[in-house]
Design a binder for this molecule. Structure first.
Ligand SMILES: NC(=O)C1=CN([C@@H]2O[C@H](COP(=O)(O)OP(=O)(O)OC[C@H]3O[C@@H](n4cnc5c(N)ncnc54)[C@H](OP(=O)(O)O)[C@@H]3O)[C@@H](O)[C@H]2O)C=CC1
Ligand SMILES: CC(C)CCC[C@@H](C)[C@H]1CC[C@H]2C3=C(CC[C@]12C)[C@@]1(C)CCC(=O)[C@@H](C)[C@@H]1CC3
Length: 314
């Protein structure tokens, strides 16, 4: 059976840098780039193959913000091989959250719920007797308890959907460990630090970042969280890959850090999370997953019935 590393959001930024770092570590690894835009995914694969011509790189179409796409992608993964690690490196940062096709808040759906459903859907291959697998959530230092409410897990009513979704991913990682460690599945959380990617260029125009870049490098002398490059930002994801799953602390967030001189290292820091809250969120997500599946099944049944009706009337 093959060892496959599935990376979401792999066509740019931290996800792509992780793929590069993994291939430098072991060019025989099999990567699966799970992306919503296949053109960009193809470009990322070509870039990776330029430096690692023998690498085995598969592409998987996945829009984590759509439950239907998640279920379809999981079905394809299950039909092919075994996933040993899967890293979430996509993300949506916006203050103008909106409702998506599934009737869910888009930031919540992209940053948390889609991955939750993916993990659950892949449990038959992630949880296999005698083997260990892992999920790594790319969280943020922006994850704050004060931004999250159990009464509004999707953050419909608040103004900090990103911070809420990242705090929720910290909680859900803890819950996944509680429910799945005994079956060999381990979950961890990382923070990449401040990295210059499309996400940060979306906040302020890139010329602004270029302008203040010398100041950022100066700030890095005093704060090690300014990792700045995707390579440095992917440091924690890479170092977790090298560590034994069982040795990781389920209550720690692993931070990518960079010294003033530019060398990168990873440090665990305790998260502000508790078991009761993580369990309550887990139960809520299970309920939401159930109703999402029910809704999609009803949609499919209606389509089938309509097709049948059309065939009969022809
Ligand atoms: N950059 C930073 O300073 C920080 C980043 N993070 C986190 O790191 C992670 C990676 O972000 P970063 O590399 O900076 O950002 P990028 O914008 O460079 O990368 C995000 C990736 O996610 C993909 N993506 C977005 N939405 C979806 C979706 N619905 N389905 C599938 N893929 C999707 C994008 O694909 P596409 O090309 O199709 O848009 C892109 O490949 C995020 O979770 C972010 O929150 C955390 C803290 C700081
Ligand atoms: C003139 C100065 C150099 C300006 C420095 C301002 C910074 C402190 C902020 C500007 C953009 C911010 C930002 C984040 C933190 C604070 C800033 C660096 C994040 C890293 C917080 C965590 C995330 O998840 C990111 C997406 C944020 C990106 C923007």
């Amino acid at each position: 059976m093959e060892k496959v590393i599935l990376v979401t959001g792999a066509n740019s930024g931290i996800g792509l840098a992780l793929c590069e770092r993994l291939l430098y570590e072991d060019s025989q690894l099999q990567l699966c780039l799970a992306c919503r835009n296949m053109q960009r995914a193809e470009a990322a694969r070509s870039a990776l193959l330029t430096s690692h011509p023998d690498a085995q790189i598969d592409l998987l179409h996945l829009d984590v913000g759509s439950v239907r796409s998640v279920l379809h992608a999981a079905h394809k993964v299950k039909a092919s091989n075994v996933v040993k690690m899967f890293a979430t490196a996509e993300g949506l940062l916006t203050q103008q959250d909106r409702v998506n096709k599934d009737g869910l808040q888009e930031v919540f759906a992209t940053n948390l719920f889609g991955h939750f459903v993916l993990v659950r859907e892949l449990d038959s291959i992630l949880c296999q007797a005698g083997q260990t697998s892992r999920v790594v959530w790319t969280s943020s230092s922006n994850a704050r308890r004060s931004a999250f409410s159990l009464d509004d897990v999707q953050h419909r009513l608040g103004t900090e959907p990103y911070a809420s979704s990242k705090y929720a991913s910290d909680l859900i990682s803890l819950a996944l460990n509680r429910h799945n460690n005994s079956q060999g599945l381990y979950s961890s959380v990382i923070c990449p630090g401040l990295v210059m990617t499309n996400l940060t260029y979306g906040i302020l125009p890139s010329f602004f970042w270029t302008l203040i870049m010398p100041i950022m490098y100066l700030i890095r002398i005093f704060t090690n969280t300014f990792t700045l490059t995707p390579h440095n930002g992917a440091g924690a994801l890479h170092s977790l890959f090298l560590k034994k799953t069982e040795s990781l602390d389920p209550r720690a967030k692993y931070h990518s850090l960079t010294s003033g001189m530019g060398s990168n290292y990873t440090q665990p820091r305790q998260m502000d999370i508790d078991d009761d809250m993580s369990e309550a969120l887990y139960v809520k997500l299970l309920e939401m997953e159930k109703s999402a599946r029910k809704r999609l099944k009803e949609e499919d049944d209606n389509k089938q019935a309509y097709k049948k009706y059309l065939n009969q009337t022809e």
